[in-house]
Design a protein around this ligand. Structure first.
Ligand code: 5GP
Length: 201
């Protein structure tokens, strides 16, 4: 059996990554989600072990030291990281895994596992991104400007990703990512077993 895909999706704040990933989960119920560890506090109904493993900063640093975190980043003053063992277990068990990581997080994971499929989600335009950020109604004008500047810096890194998908509309973006996943599953190196089996008959 070949390993499951490890697909990491990144994009600037406000691009709609969460909604696209939710849509993909509906489309691929067998696709697993890598539950990250974070030092941020749970929000609303979030539960430990479901949305995240919630740990203190000290506990997080301890996990890094023990080599149990394959990649990590800091975002708005908190740690976020991918636990190594569950990721390997799911992928080696043949299950495709979706990850929602910061831009440096996706690039760091690709460095560790060059088989990782990295996808950068783009907004249709900077104007549209600004309007999505303002539309949240939770950000001040100053914060929107800060996020726009940050978004530019992140979009500059898109060149290092395997694929770029523009999120014009949730279903269209999810369909394009689904097409990428189908094509990646047909790569020769992932189909070697099937070829060898045929040749042995
Ligand atoms: P939130 O606090 O809104 O749930 O997530 C904030 C950011 O952290 C999101 O952009 C998400 O992509 C990123 N993130 C979540 N888990 C991880 C992780 O394990 N590693 C990295 N590098 N980023 C993560």
């Amino acid at each position: 059996m070949s390993n499951g895909l490890i697909v990491s999706i990144s994009g600037p704040s406000g691009v709609g990554k969460g909604t696209v990933i939710e849509k993909l989960r509906e489309m691929f119920p067998d696709c697993r989600h890598s539950v990250s560890v974070t030092s941020r506090a749970p929000r609303g109904t979030e539960q430990d072990g479901v949305e995240y493993y919630f740990r203190t900063k000290e506990e997080f640093e301890d996990l890094i030291e023990k080599g149990e975190i394959i990649e990590y980043d800091q975002y708005v003053g908190n740690y976020y990281g991918t636990p190594l063992t569950p990721l390997l277990k799911m992928s080696r068990g043949g299950q495709d895994v979706l990850l929602d990581l910061t831009v440096p997080g996706s690039l760091a994971l690709k460095e560790k596992f060059d088989d990782t499929v990295t996808i950068f989600l783009l907004p249709p335009s900077m104007e549209e991104l600004r309007s999505r950020l303002s539309g949240r109604g939770t950000e001040t004008e100053e914060l929107v400007e800060k996020r726009m500047a940050q978004a530019k810096g992140e979009i500059e890194k898109a060149i290092h990703f395997d694929y770029v998908v523009t999120n014009r509309e949730v279903q269209q973006a999810a369909d394009e990512i689904a097409a990428i996943m189908k094509a990646e599953n047909c790569r020769f190196r992932r189909s070697r077993d099937a070829v060898d089996t045929l040749l042995a008959q």
